[in-house]
Design a protein around this ligand. Structure first.
Ligand code: ADP
Length: 410
């Protein structure tokens, strides 16, 4: 499977087992700045239906996450308020809108009331699982997937209260086939807006669905990032929005010891790595290579030396990749060899040794400072100490290292 945004997003969901903590404050922009801003510290304060509160606690949630503290009261307020929310993956957005959908449905009415669109079938399925978990004690509420391949007989009317799916099929079900009466929708959720706009056609389809919905339908849009293109799309989907943003935790190199090892070739780098291998496996280590080929070669050589290593490679299916990362995270392997591209956007918190077998460079061969920082940087909050070892095998890579050094003044 090729590397793309939706695959990365899915991978993150598959490996995420708990909330990403943050000390940053949420930024809130209210549609009506004079109305009071509520935020809650407990789920009780939200006056949820008892069966939903049980569902929430059953999932092991003790209190609302940072973004949920403000987003939930807004989403549950009467009359309905629209919301655009942005925060990095793992901060509790999905759980929040699932709770909002479940709270707003009337289980006695047997027709769709909430629509949720996701960029891919797999991502829709992940959200569906959350709906099932959270709605575990609320079996009257039913869910159906509007995805290609799910063929329904002509003339049928859906009875499920929540429909989750991809934009194309959702649109067909609302207009062409009329399985859904869009005029009866109370909540419209657009998830992963940044991934959505990266796919041709999804923007238009989403907008066309949105136009069929009643004026008083609650519109909610979520995104992990917020470039200009996402923002202008968000404004077309969500009229008169409240806006919530949560900044990413800043990464720093302050608590990281950084070294470099001078070598003359790939083989020498491998030898140097073997020499320090005992030291690095005291903790968990990730080794980054520039290409798949090098990563494969290195993992092979290390295994031949009798070391147990995991290899994460771009040619694997997303599920395979998730399995590799999970084994590594559980400590079954101490060392993970991977390529630059493959590990982008994936956080494995307990890694305290990072080895750049090849230094990160961009397409033009210039130093990629951002990737360097993201690979070895730690968020100040954890303050965990880390170790980074850079392997240099030529004048060119020494030059790159010097430029990275200058950039960070370290
Ligand atoms: P996002 O949609 O922003 O990526 P999720 O809603 O998927 O985030 O939440 C990330 C992880 O944190 C999930 O494993 C989810 O079960 C968990 N989670 C969400 N909200 C809470 C909470 N209030 N307390 C504890 N865990 C939570």
């Amino acid at each position: 499977m090729s590397y793309n945004k939706s695959a990365q997003s899915l991978l993150n969901k598959l490996i995420r087992s708990n909330l990403v903590n943050t000390t940053n404050q949420v930024e809130v922009l209210q549609k009506d700045p004079s109305s009071p801003l509520y935020s809650v510290r407990s789920f009780e304060e939200l006056h949820l239906k008892p069966q939903l509160l049980r569902g929430v606690y059953g999932m092991g949630f003790n209190r609302p996450s940072k973004i949920q503290e403000t987003a939930l009261p807004m989403m549950l307020a009467e009359p309905a308020q629209n919301l655009i929310a942005q925060s990095q993956s793992g901060t509790g957005k999905t759980a929040a809108f699932v709770l909002a959908m479940l709270s707003h449905v009337d289980p006695n009415l047997n027709h769709p009331q909430c629509l949720c669109v996701s960029p891919t079938y797999e991502l829709a399925l992940q959200t569906g699982k959350v709906i099932e978990q959270m709605g575990k004690h609320y079996p009257e509420v039913k869910l159906v997937y509007a995805i290609r391949g799910n063929k329904l007989p002509r003339g049928m009317k859906l009875e499920e209260q929540i429909v989750i799916g991809t934009p194309g099929t959702m649109l067909d079900w609302c207009s062409k086939f009329r399985f859904i009466d869009p005029k009866k929708i109370k909540v419209f959720v657009l998830d992963e807006a940044d991934v959505m706009i990266a796919t041709q056609g999804h923007q238009d389809q989403s907008i066309r669905i949105q136009r069929m919905l009643p004026k008083n339908c609650q519109m909610l849009l979520f995104s992990a990032t917020f470039e200009e293109s996402v923002w202008s799309f968000a404004q077309r989907i969500v009229p008169e929005p409240n806006i919530i943003k949560l900044k990413r935790e800043e990464e720093t190199l302050d608590t990281i010891k950084q070294y470099y090892v001078l070598c003359n070739s790939k083989e020498e780098k491998f030898q140097a790595l073997c020499n320090i291998y005992g030291g690095i496996t005291i903790a968990q280590a990730m080794i980054f290579c520039h290409t798949r080929k090098t990563a494969g070669w290195l993992a092979g050589e290390l295994s031949r030396e009798g070391h147990q290593v995991a290899l994460l490679s771009g040619e694997m299916q997303v599920e395979q990749r998730a399995a590799v990362i999970e084994r590594f995270r559980d400590g079954k392997e101490k060392v993970l060899v991977t390529t630059n591209v493959c590990a982008r956007g994936i956080d494995v918190e307990q890694v305290s040794v990072v080895i750049n077998f090849d230094l990160p460079v961009d397409r033009e061969g210039n130093p990629d400072n951002e990737t360097y920082l993201h690979r070895i940087g730690r968020t100040g909050r954890f303050g965990k100490r880390g170790l980074a070892i850079n392997m240099v095998d030529s004048k060119m890579s020494m030059n790159i290292l010097n430029r990275i050094q200058d950039h960070f003044s370290k």
